[in-house]
Structure formats: structure tokens, C-alpha cells
Design a protein around this ligand. Structure first.
Ligand code: MN
Length: 234
């Protein structure tokens, strides 16, 4: 029998930080669902902020891909979708953080693509099953370099995504149903947030299918840009 260690640990997920040579280690990846009214509507849902609260799903940190990559069109889907999102980078520990202190948790922001096997997600949703196969798969969390903005709560700014030069998603962070402050306070009721945790804040309307050869370019005002190419199916 081989003796331990039986295999090398996987490379620790990390992201570049603008202005620094050192990379930031990435912890958990949380995602907010249905956080823009127009996107909730296009997915067949009506969201009332009053009396409701955000909901979340997660992706493995090993789903992380850096901006600029080419990824294969993923397996077992015929409806692979883009979702352009603001990503919050947590920089301080926080548990049961009051909304008025939520900014203390912010290290910075990045652009993100919450890539989704929509057909698998919707099939799971209809059967009341978990979303994992639709949301948490290899290369499904694309993130740009991190723009450090310690303590800043981003509340407005254009967010847009183009596929092959055609704008598909265009909105503004002011349209978030639950903003960065709300999300950090609420999520910290469920988890001990920690430096390196990423939070995808939800996508605006205009999500749609991708195909091999597509080139994606996203932008968030005041944060930066993100790029991705879809390669052939494996
Ligand atoms: Mn999303």
C-alpha cells in the first residue's frame, strides 16, 4: 500500500488583486438568487422585498476561473447561460453583522460570471431538487481581478455584458433588490463570513444561451472588466 500523503493537495484557489503582486486566497463562493426584479420576472418569479429576504446557493471554490480564460462548453447541457454579476470580496471576519457595520466586511469588488446549466437548474427546480448540477460545476465561477475598495458599499454603477460585441445584459447596481449592505448583514446570520469569501450578488435581466466560439466581455462601472471565451464541448 502507498503511504500518506497519497496525493498532493489541489492548488489553493486565488485571484489577482489590482495594484498588488500578491494574490488573494479565495474561500467560499456564495451566490444570491433573483436579486434584480427584471431578471426574477424573466425567470417567472415575482419578488416582493417587503416581508421577504435574499436566498443563496453556493459554488465550490474549485469552480473558480480567472477572467481571460477559454473554457470548454460544459457537459450534459443544451442551455448554457451567462449571468453577469457584481462580486463582493470579503476582507474581514463577520458573524451577525448589523447592517450599519456591514461595510467593515468589504475588501473590494470584482466582476463575475455565474455560469449556469439552465436546463439542469430548471429541471431540478421543478422537482424540488438541489440546484448543484445547474450551478456548481467545473469552470462555473468566472471572476476578474479584485479591485480593492476597503469599507466601500457600492450602490450604483452600470453593469453590462456583451457576447460577440452584442450587448445582452445592461442594468445598474442601483437596481439590486437587496444591496451589498443587506446581503452582508443577512448572509452573516447564517455563516461566519471570512476574508477571501466571495459573494456573487445576482444578475440583471438579459441572461441567455452561449455556444462554442462565443466571446464574452463584461464591465462594471468603477470595478473593472471581465472576459471569457467558450471553447468546443469536451
Ligand atoms: Mn446568478
Amino acid at each position: 500500500m502507498p503511504q500518506p500523503p497519497l496525493w498532493a493537495p489541489p492548488a489553493a484557489p486565488s485571484l489577482p488583486v489590482r495594484g498588488f503582486a500578491e494574490r488573494a486566497a479565495v474561500g467560499r463562493i456564495f451566490c444570491v438568487g433573483r436579486n434584480y426584479l427584471a431578471h426574477a420576472a424573466e425567470m417567472g418569479h415575482k419578488v416582493e422585498k417587503e416581508g421577504d429576504r435574499p436566498f443563496y446557493f453556493t459554488k465550490s471554490p474549485y469552480a473558480l476561473v480567472e477572467s481571460g480564460a477559454t473554457i470548454p462548453y460544459p457537459p450534459e447541457t443544451r442551455n448554457f447561460h451567462h449571468e453577469m454579476e457584481l462580486v463582493v470580496v470579503v476582507g474581514a471576519p463577520g458573524f451577525r453583522v448589523p447592517p450599519e457595520r456591514a461595510h467593515d466586511l468589504v475588501y473590494g469588488y470584482a466582476c463575475g460570471l455565474d455560469l449556469t446549466r439552465r436546463d439542469l437548474q430548471l429541471a431540478a427546480r421543478e422537482k424540488g431538487r438541489p440546484w448543484d448540477l445547474g450551478k456548481d460545476f467545473e469552470n462555473a465561477a468566472v471572476v476578474s481581478d479584485i479591485a480593492p475598495m476597503p469599507g466601500v458599499l457600492l450602490e450604483r454603477g452600470a453593469i453590462a455584458l456583451a457576447v460577440d460585441g452584442v450587448v445582452k445584459q445592461s442594468s445598474d447596481l442601483s437596481q439590486l433588490i437587496w444591496g451589498v449592505r443587506d446581503i452582508l448583514a443577512d448572509l452573516s446570520l447564517f455563516y461566519h463570513l471570512a476574508p477571501g469569501d466571495l459573494i456573487f450578488t445576482g444578475t440583471p435581466e438579459g441572461v441567455g444561451p452561449l455556444k462554442p466560439g462565443d466571446r464574452l466581455e463584461g464591465r462594471i462601472e468603477g470595478v473593472g472588466t471581465i472576459a471569457l471565451t467558450i471553447g468546443p464541448a469536451e
